[in-house]
Design a protein. Structure first.
Length: 200
């Protein structure tokens, strides 16, 4: 329940409160000895919620210090789980690590972290699509225009309803349109039209 509260505070932009609740609950939840996987997953989820909130507050050091033990827990579990309506495991860790690097504008580290995503992920479709959006944005910011276009096209095929209502894919496409105003390709024009991005 406290993890859900921390996440809701994060979504509302109340980052410091989200970090405080997530980390204080994680401290009370941490198990030093043998612990059941669901216990470890709850603990790890609290850590990455805190890390995500700290990243959004642009507190890079704090975010990194929370991701490190979350990574140890994900390694200890070894696979993706969903306990108490909360996803945690190696895939979730990679996804949130990439997100932290994107929101703190460390795009090279974001793409390096993305390479660690397991081939078979346990991420829900919306989470997978969000991860792709983060990767596309990092590529766009680094000037990797082809990758920045290819990824939203994959995302659109996998989760067309999700893409329609998200800001990040639109930002990527708008940036690509601006970069290529004199030679906008038909693929980019089509994607821009489907996402409602102005090309004039």
């Amino acid at each position: 329940m406290r993890g859900s509260v921390a996440w809701q505070l994060l979504v509302q932009g109340r980052y410091d409160e989200a970090v405080r609740i997530a980390t204080s609950t994680a401290e009370r939840t941490e198990s030093r000895g043998d612990a059941a996987p669901e216990h470890l997953a709850a603990y790890g989820s609290l850590l990455i919620t805190g890390a995500t909130a700290a990243g959004r507050a642009r507190k890079v050091g704090e975010a990194t210090s929370l991701l490190q033990p979350a990574g140890e827990v994900a390694d200890r579990i070894g696979y993706d789980r969903n306990d108490y309506e909360t996803a945690f495991g190696p895939s979730q860790l990679v996804m949130q690590t990439v997100d932290v690097h994107v929101v703190t504008e460390n795009y090279t580290k974001a793409l390096d972290a993305a390479k660690m995503m397991p081939r078979e992920t346990g991420l829900p479709l919306a989470s997978s699509a969000r991860h792709l959006a983060d990767r596309a944005y990092a590529h766009a910011r680094l000037g990797h225009d082809q990758e920045a276009l290819d990824i939203p096209l994959v995302m659109e095929r996998a989760a067309p309803d999700w893409v329609q209502y998200q800001t990040l894919p639109r930002l990527v496409v708008a940036e690509l349109v601006e970069n290529h105003r004199r030679r906008v390709t038909s693929k980019l024009l089509g994607l821009a039209a489907r996402l409602g991005v102005n090309t004039t």
